[in-house]
Design a protein. Sequence first.
Length: 341
Amino acid sequence: MLRFKRLLVTGGAGFIGSAFVRRSLDLFPDLEILVTLDLLTYAGTEESLPSHPKHHFVQGDICNIKLVETLCKEHKIEAIVHFAAESHVDTSIEHPARFIQTNITGTFSLLEVVRKFPHIHFHHISTDEVYGSSETGLFNEHSPYLPNSPYSASKAASDHLVRAWGHTYALSTTLSHCTNNYGPYQHAEKFIPRMILSALQGVQLPIYGDGKNIRDWLYVDDHVDALWFILNRGKRGEVYDVGGSCEWRNVDLLHTLIRLVAEKIGENVSALEKLITFVPDRPGHDFRYAIDSTKICHELGWKPAHSLEQGLAKTVDWYVNRIYMLAREGSVIVPEDTKGS
């Protein structure tokens, strides 16, 4: 039995949001309506969304309070699942104002709508990057916030808004932090798709610094499942951290991706490894992120279903099929000046 059957999903045409939309409609016949609200910036596309009688897409801005109010009234929304965010660290360094507008002002606007409709539950998806960087140990729900980039600072600010609005105005809220997601439909600015697509096209594989920065990786469908555990079983006002327990150095992950791509297309591994190029590190590059998922595992019963090898194999398959399709159309799919995590 679903706790919420009428959802408004912000940023639902993006990578994680669209995975949530697709998987939710596949898994839960009890869903009555799922409304996707997305501005369709460069990282969002309607192509990632399914055609389904219970799905309704609206192109619009989360800062448009009147629009969000209208959608909540018209569709009798019971919960808002808030994915909409600017999320690429490199872009946040070059254009921080975008991140302040979308991640902070956008979240504020949605919370103001929930103030007017306090029966609506608000779930906010955040990032492990709000905790900063650590060489040892794991972050958990009680770790201090130490954001180091304009992106993570804007997400930290939005987290604080959710907590404050929930406390001050007695709103029903939950909040989750996740580690690095990967899977189909991810924009090519991110590390894993960037490396897969570059290897397929035989162009340089740029990696920051010495490649020894460490990330914890989570297959996107496992993250979606975790969100439904929170929506259905989570306690009002609680924070849940969602990780993959899968820490890898970027350079080691790159070698694994090269092997999987080479196996898929019949290429020589050594030939692809020659494309690896170490580039100057990004300003303030966090060394390591890692999350302790004990709370959501023990209290709600969630655990990731995919190993890294399984998730990467699915991901490589999807991008291989995608690039061959786009190549036939004459499209360029790897953006310039993106190096990854």
